[in-house]
Design a protein around this ligand. Sequence first.
Ligand SMILES: O=C(O)CCC(=O)C(=O)O
Ligand SMILES: [Fe+2]
Length: 237
Amino acid sequence: MDTQSCRPCELQCHSVHQAPATVFYIPNFITASEENYLLQQVYNSPKPKWTQLSGRRLQNWGGLPHSKGMLAEKLPVWLDNYAKKISSLGPFEGKVANHVLVNEYNPGEGIMPHEDGPLYFPTVTTITLGSQALLDFYHPIEREAEEGEVYFPQTEENRYFLSLLLEPRSLLVLQDDMYMKYLHGIRPVMEDIVTEKVANLKLCNTKLGAVLRRTTRISLTIRYVPKVLKTTILLGR
Ligand SMILES: O=C(O)CCC(=O)C(=O)O
Ligand SMILES: [Fe+2]
């Protein structure tokens, strides 16, 4: 058998066709021992690395993205290895990820629907550790109805249209409309209910109707920030 033949489809053959363009989902992208190793590294990081937000804690690695350019810092080796491994699958069009956000969610915590904004190359890759969560997708809020148009209330509930189940050890890749057009969020709930809205259900180790208790979830969102400042310019000021 030609073992090379699967190479170009490393991402392609994990495409989630039941969602708008483009979603790749790879269950068990890392092993349980890699998961434990990554969790250890996250929790061994110095305490000041954590920023407490409403509903989650986060660590920022690689520098703070900024419209004028990110003052890049080297990623620690434990993150850089995964940044390189994921980048080699091609999601950043040949560039290597240089930025990682580590999010920690306790059961009942989440993140409001949002867009990731223009500072990143429009692709996010996410490794999930510890607990599953549903990542929910929403249509953007539409402009107000003009004269003669019927006003349709834009509640969060009726803007919601699809979820992706992010299982521990999985890799998610979001691009195109799923990154740029729609909003994503995680509901602050104690359990995730697997409904027919879960677009990657066929690729998951669960079934319709399952009720999955949340434990603490860590996500590594690994991205490429194209606009980087050269350190020397700043040192010269
Ligand atoms: O934890 C996640 O998977 C999502 C995090 C997220 O949306 C973000 O950091 O922008
Ligand atoms: Fe996000």
